[in-house]
Design a protein around this ligand. Structure first.
Ligand SMILES: [Zn+2]
Length: 196
């Protein structure tokens, strides 16, 4: 059995208790390789690495990487912005005509390259994309403890199933009449019916 479960929703009428809290839920984690399935409420599925860890798509991982880069740009831009503000303030105090042109050029270049509002906007958009992709994540890997208990449970079920099968075979191979004569039913003591 592979440790890969897909979250699915069942109809409200098919609700089952959550494995963790026993509250009825429509979310089921299904493992086709078992097959194995378990019910869990969404709150116990999300941000609960002790129970299950989401398996994210490559698309999601790439989006997170891009978000990280944009975050660095946002931080840089806000630092730069405050620097240029400081520069502008200090420029006011030390007005030297020879340096003025040069400083103006630099500040225009900076604004064109990293407009803080644009970087922030891009960052916010990327953040929305990451959040949406995160919502789309349906695959989960159970924590080792949980997965091992699933394997153990499966083994027990198989053992029980085999035992039941053997019992049924034993029963099926026995002639009903023979079975009836083999068993002597103990009579109930002081039974008024048998006495009369
Ligand atoms: Zn729960």
């Amino acid at each position: 059995m592979i440790n890969e479960y897909v979250a699915r929703k069942v109809a409200t009428k098919d609700m089952q208790p959550c494995l963790i809290c026993s509250k009825p839920t429509v979310t089921v984690l299904y493992n086709a390789s078992g097959p194995d399935w378990l019910y869990t409420c969404d709150i116990h599925l999300h941000d609960n690495p002790q129970f299950a860890i989401p398996i994210h798509s490559i698309e999601y991982q790439e989006a997170v990487d891009k978000l990280r880069r944009l975050k660095l740009q946002v931080d840089k831009a806000s630092v730069k912005n405050s620097n240029s503000w400081d520069g502008w303030v200090s420029h006011l105090f030390n007005k030297k005509p020879t340096k003025e042109d040069h400083n103006e050029e630099v500040s225009i270049e900076n604004n064109e390259a990293d407009e803080p509002e644009d970087v922030q906007k891009k960052y916010n958009q990327q953040l929305d994309l990451v959040a949406n992709l995160q919502k789309k994540t349906r695959k989960y890997q159970l924590s080792d403890t949980t997965f091992n208990s699933r394997i153990e449970r499966r083994k027990n079920q198989q053992r029980m199933l085999e035992r039941r099968k053997k019992e049924q075979e034993l029963y099926a191979n026995t002639d009903p009449q023979e079975l009836a004569t083999q068993f002597t039913f103990p009579s109930v003591p002081n039974n008024p019916v048998s006495k009369s």
